[in-house]
Ligand binder design. Structure first.
Ligand code: SF4
Length: 499
C-alpha cells in the first residue's frame, strides 16, 4: 500500500495556496491562527453530511478509522458485496487518498460520486474537490458515470417531514471533472515538488489568503507588517480585501505611510487621519439634531437574537433562515420618564416564532416610535413574522413601519471617535463612547458576548440539563439586555453631544 500524501482537503488547500500545506508540515502548530476556524460551520457541515447520507435511500457507512488506510479494504468489501450506496467510501491511488461522501455502486466498477456541501451554492473550490475524487477513482480503473456536488437548496420550505430530495440540490460536474483529469495529475506532481522544498517557499500574500477560506498563516506570511501593534492597511474598516492587497503591494502599509502618500479618500482617510493624528471626536451637531427630531416619546429600543439552522427545524421555514428566539425591549414612556425593560426568551425545542410574534404585539403598542441598531435586521425578521401570521400582520407591520435606526449617526460618521476604528457596529461604538463603564462592556458579561455565541447557546440548550439551562438562559438574557441598554446609552450620548 502506498503512503497517502494527499487527501481531498490537502489537495484543495494546495489549490488555494501550496504554501499552506508546506507551513502546516514545517511550522509548530501554534503558528496557525485558530480563530479562522469556525466551529459552528464545521458542526453544520457534519450535520448536513450525516443527513445527506440518506439521499438515495438505504446506505452503509464505512466506519471511520484513524488509520485511513483501514477504510480502503472495508470499502472494497462493501463494493464486492454489491452494497448500492456507500458513504465515506475510501480509496487511494499512488499516495492520493480520498473518501467519497456518497458513492453509488452501479456494479462492474461503474460508480457515481456525490460530494456533500453545507453551502447553498457551488463554490469554485468544489470543482477541484470533485475533480480530485474523479481522478483517484478513474486511475483505479473505475468508470465514473457521474461526479456531483450536493448542496443545500436555499429555496426549500419545510412542510412536515424533511424531503431530502427537495432540501438538497445535485449539480452534475462530471464534464468539468473529466476535463480536469490531466490538470489534477499535473497539480499533484507540482505540489509534491513544492512540498519537498527544504526552505520556506516565497509567496506574496494576496487574494488567495482569504479566498475561498481565511488562511491561518496570514500573520506569518505578512512579512512586511510592522512588529509593533501600529495599525496597518489591514485594519482599515470596510475597505475591500483586493484594495488592501493593492495598497500593501505598493508599499502603503502603515497608517503613516498611507497618510503620507495621500492614497486614501473619504471615510477610509478619516479613519487613518483621526487615529494617526489623535484627533478629538468628530461631531456634526446639525445632522445629529435633525436625526434626533425623528424620534419621539414613548420610545422603544428593540433587539432580536436569532439562530439559523442549515436544516430547517420547523414547518414554514427555509434552510439557514434566521429564526428569532429572543428579544430585549427597553422603553421610556415620556420625556424624563423611567427606563423600563421587558424581555422574551423561547425554550429550545419547538418553533418560537408564534409566541415571539404575540409577545411582541403585547409589548409594543401601535404607533409608537421604536428603535433598533441596524434596523434592516429587525425589520426583516418582523416582516417574516407578519407574513407567517396574518392575524398579527397589521400590528407587526405597524411596529415595522415605525422603526428608526440608532446606527445612522455613526454609520454616516456624524459622530466619530478614533476608538471606533472605522466601524459603526455597536460592539465598537459602545466601548468607544463608554470606555470607563464596565457594566457597558460586552467582555464583562458571562457566557455570551456576541450574536454568534447567543445563537450557538440557544442551539446547545436542547441538550442541557435543568441547572445548565437556568444558567445559560440567564447569560442570554443579560447579553440581549445589554444590546438594548447600549442603544439607550448611545442615544443619551447623542443628546448630550448637541446640547
Ligand atoms: S497567508 Fe496567504 S500566502 Fe501565506 S500560506 Fe496562507 S494563503 Fe499562502
Amino acid at each position: 500500500m502506498s503512503v497517502c500524501h494527499f487527501s481531498k482537503s490537502r489537495y484543495c488547500a494546495c489549490i488555494q495556496c501550496p504554501k499552506i500545506l508546506w507551513l502546516r508540515e514545517h511550522l509548530p502548530e501554534d503558528e496557525f491562527d485558530e480563530s479562522v476556524i469556525n466551529q459552528t460551520v464545521l458542526d453544520t457541515g457534519n450535520d448536513v453530511g450525516d443527513l445527506a447520507m440518506g439521499l438515495f435511500g438505504d446506505f452503509t457507512e464505512v466506519p471511520y478509522s484513524e488509520h485511513l488506510s483501514d477504510m480502503i479494504p472495508a470499502t472494497q468489501k462493501l463494493i464486492d458485496e454489491g452494497v448500492k450506496n456507500i458513504c465515506e467510501a475510501s480509496f487511494a491511488y499512488n499516495g492520493c487518498f480520498c473518501s467519497v461522501d456518497i458513492l453509488r455502486n452501479l456494479g462492474n466498477k461503474k460508480v457515481e460520486l456525490y460530494e456533500v456541501k453545507s453551502s447553498t451554492e457551488v463554490k469554485w473550490i468544489y470543482e477541484h474537490d470533485i475533480s480530485y475524487q474523479y481522478y483517484v477513482l478513474t486511475k483505479l480503473g473505475y468508470t465514473v458515470k457521474k461526479a456531483c456536488i450536493v448542496h443545500i437548496n436555499s429555496e426549500y420550505v419545510r412542510h412536515g417531514k424533511l424531503e431530502l430530495d427537495k432540501l438538497f440540490t445535485i449539480v452534475d460536474l462530471t464534464k468539468t471533472a473529466k476535463s480536469n483529469l490531466q490538470e489534477v495529475e499535473k497539480n499533484i506532481k507540482k505540489f509534491r515538488k513544492y512540498l519537498k522544498s527544504e526552505t520556506e517557499p516565497e509567496c506574496e500574500i494576496g487574494g488567495q489568503c482569504s479566498d475561498p477560506y481565511k488562511c491561518g498563516y496570514f500573520m506569518h506570511c505578512a512579512v512586511d507588517l510592522p512588529e509593533s501593534d501600529e495599525p496597518t492597511v489591514w485594519d482599515i474598516a470596510g475597505l475591500r480585501t483586493s484594495e488592501k492587497q493593492k495598497l500593501y503591494e505598493e508599499g502603503h502599509i502603515t497608517f503613516k505611510q498611507l497618510y503620507d502618500s495621500d492614497v486614501l479618500k473619504g471615510k477610509y482617510l478619516q479613519q487613518v487621519e483621526v487615529e494617526l493624528l489623535n484627533l478629538p471626536p468628530q461631531i456634526e451637531k446639525k445632522q445629529i439634531k435633525s436625526f434626533l427630531k425623528t424620534l419621539s416619546f414613548p420610545i422603544y429600543f428593540l433587539d432580536f437574537e436569532t439562530f439559523n439552522p442549515a436544516i430547517p427545524l420547523y414547518d414554514n421555514s427555509r434552510p439557514y433562515q434566521q429564526i428569532v428566539f429572543q428579544y430585549s425591549l427597553h422603553y421610556i414612556e415620556k420625556k424624563g420618564g423611567k427606563l423600563k425593560h421587558k424581555e422574551y426568551l423561547a425554550y429550545s425545542g419547538s418553533d418560537p416564532r408564534r409566541q415571539i410574534a404575540e409577545q411582541l404585539c403585547a409589548d409594543i403598542p401601535v404607533d409608537v416610535c421604536t428603535t433598533a441598531y441596524n434596523m434592516g435586521f429587525e425589520k426583516g425578521k418582523i416582516r417574516d413574522l407578519a407574513e407567517l401570521y396574518p392575524d398579527l400582520h397589521d400590528h407587526l407591520m405597524n411596529i415595522h413601519d415605525n422603526i428608526n435606526d440608532i446606527m445612522i449617526p455613526f454609520q454616516k460618521r456624524w459622530y466619530y471617535t478614533k476608538e471606533m476604528q472605522g466601524s459603526y457596529s455597536i460592539k465598537y461604538v459602545l466601548p468607544a463612547l463608554f470606555a470607563d463603564e464596565p457594566s457597558l462592556n460586552y467582555e464583562n458579561l458571562e457566557g455570551v458576548h456576541n450574536g454568534q455565541e447567543a445563537s450557538d447557546t440557544f442551539l446547545a440548550m436542547q441538550k442541557m440539563n435543568e441547572k445548565e439551562l437556568a444558567e445559560w438562559r440567564e447569560h442570554l438574557l443579560r447579553y440581549c439586555e445589554l444590546d438594548t441598554l447600549a442603544m439607550v446609552k448611545v442615544l443619551e450620548k447623542l443628546r448630550e453631544a448637541v446640547k
